[in-house]
Write a protein that binds this ligand. Structure first.
Ligand code: OOG
Ligand code: MG
Length: 262
């Protein structure tokens, strides 16, 4: 930690009010170039504390920047971990109000729900699969609070990894007999295919993203609790959306996830 608790709190307030007011801000490392990755996670934890103090609950966990397509698009080559809150959840087929967002983009993701806790260090794909209750298809709507959606590793971690909204599909399947590496995803925007990928785009196997999250938490003395909903990260690059757009992602074996931006 290179900064004092007061600075952590003021940067958490800076970023969280930008989120709540749908207002873009200058990235935090411009004024604080000495910030470390641990500082970034401390700011993210302070944002969680602010939301929980207002009665919000953590609805899930996420990994991001887990595919080459995403890393290349954002210029950050290290996976990041963030939090999903109750108010970010939108029903499948539902409407997303763009007036509440800055410059949203959508991502197709495979999400895991656990039946047993996962604790690192040394967590691996096999341990994740053994602890998985079922997988569900999901779309994440990310919305960096930073100008022009541009950031560095520390800044995006502090900004709760751009978490904004998420939509979960209604087909839940146990992983028995499924190969998540070859599971295909096709994203359509207004009826046109705009992106496609297979599960292996995420770290070779999407369960690897969950394993890395468990190992990340272990370094902080935490585990992923049983029952957790966890998103493994966008398999393709993220696609910008605006009011009037419809998104539908078809997942092989898992049905489809759709939403409209209004
Ligand atoms: C950071 C969040 C990335 C993903 O799935 O890769 C993410 C960003 O790109 O704004 O959620
Ligand atoms: Mg994502």
């Amino acid at each position: 930690m290179t900064i004092d608790p007061k600075t952590i709190d003021s940067l958490a307030e800076y970023l969280e009010s930008a989120e709540l007011e749908a207002r873009e801000v200058v990235k935090i490392t411009d004024a604080h170039p000495q910030l470390t990755l641990d500082d970034g996670y401390a700011i993210q934890a302070a944002i969680r504390a602010r939301k929980q103090a207002r009665g919000h609950q953590v609805a899930g966990l996420k990994a991001g920047l887990t595919s080459r397509a995403k890393m290349k698009q954002m210029g950050v080559e290290v996976p990041v971990f963030g939090l999903l809150f109750d108010y970010m959840s939108i029903a499948n087929g539902g409407e997303i109000r763009t007036g509440e967002l800055i410059h949203p983009k959508v991502e197709a993701e495979i999400a895991f729900v656990l039946k047993a806790p996962l604790r690192g260090p040394g967590c691996h794909v096999g341990a994740v699969l053994a602890a998985t209750d079922f997988v569900v298809p999901a779309v994440e709507i990310i919305d960096s609070r930073y100008e022009n959606f541009r950031f560095d590793l520390v800044s995006v971690v502090a900004d709760n990894t751009s978490s904004s909204r998420f939509v979960v599909g209604s087909v839940a399947r146990g992983i028995e007999g499924m190969d998540l590496r070859t599971l295909g995803m096709v994203m359509e925007k207004n009826g046109e295919v705009v992106a496609m990928a297979a599960g292996a785009a995420v770290l070779g196997h999407p369960a690897e993203a969950i394993a890395q999250l468990a190992n990340h938490l272990a370094a902080r003395g935490e585990e992923i609790p049983a029952g957790s909903y966890i998103m493994s990260g966008g398999a393709t690059e993220a696609i910008p959306v605006a009011a009037g757009d419809s998104i539908q992602v078809r997942f092989q074996d898992l049905g489809s996830v759709s939403m409209r931006f209004v």
